[in-house]
Write a protein that binds this ligand. Sequence first.
Ligand SMILES: [Zn+2]
Length: 261
Amino acid sequence: MDEPLNLGFEEAATPFVSASQNARVWTEHWVGANLFCPNCGAPRINQFPGNRKVADFFCGVCEEEFELKSQRGRFGPCVVDGAFGSMCDRLAASNNPNLVLMNYDMARFGVTDLFFVPRHFFVREIIQERKPLAPTARRAGWVGCNILLSEIPKSGKIFFVRDSEAAPRDLVMEQWRSTLFLKDQGVAARGWLIEVMKCVERIGRETFTLDDVYGFEDRLTAIYPGNRNVRPKIRQQLQVLRDQGYLDFVGRGRYRLRHRS
Ligand SMILES: [Zn+2]
């Protein structure tokens, strides 16, 4: 049995005048006090001592790292992240952190939604380069980036809390495990797999045909303009997804997604 989850923030004395600094204290405290590790199931993850540039939390058991992004109200199609250059460098790094995305509500004074994006969903395709800061800015010329949440497939957004309801931890871990195979792929190979997963999601049916996926040929050609073999590439990705238990071939160019809740 899962221990009951307390979604409320603690009314700790908050020393800051700024609302965003206080929110940082509340949300980080909540994560440290309540959040388990979706990778290995350790009951808590730990906060890094202050001012680490990239990750905020780590698991003392499996050593996965986590970056927390929290916001009042729901996220839009993207979230702002740090420097574009260092994000690109991190894509291939083994300690690139997983994302923890939290929404909170001040009326309830607690968490309303929280989902994980496993680090293996971080590919170049979901990172958007922002315009350099204006010459008049303090950090003139600095280039930041956005993480395009809208470009992450559903299987890469693993909800623990949705609409103030917590999901069973077992289910969260099962969803986490179901895409771990992406980790074994290089960054470029992962990009293709994730794009094909998104096409399959967009078909919106459990059973579909190869032609349904070929229907996204133009879209994939636009993403990978250098590739002249999009159809063979699609078939190759479907084969990998089959081998990894993400979907099944059911004969005559038909496929079925494995059941996942
Ligand atoms: Zn862990």
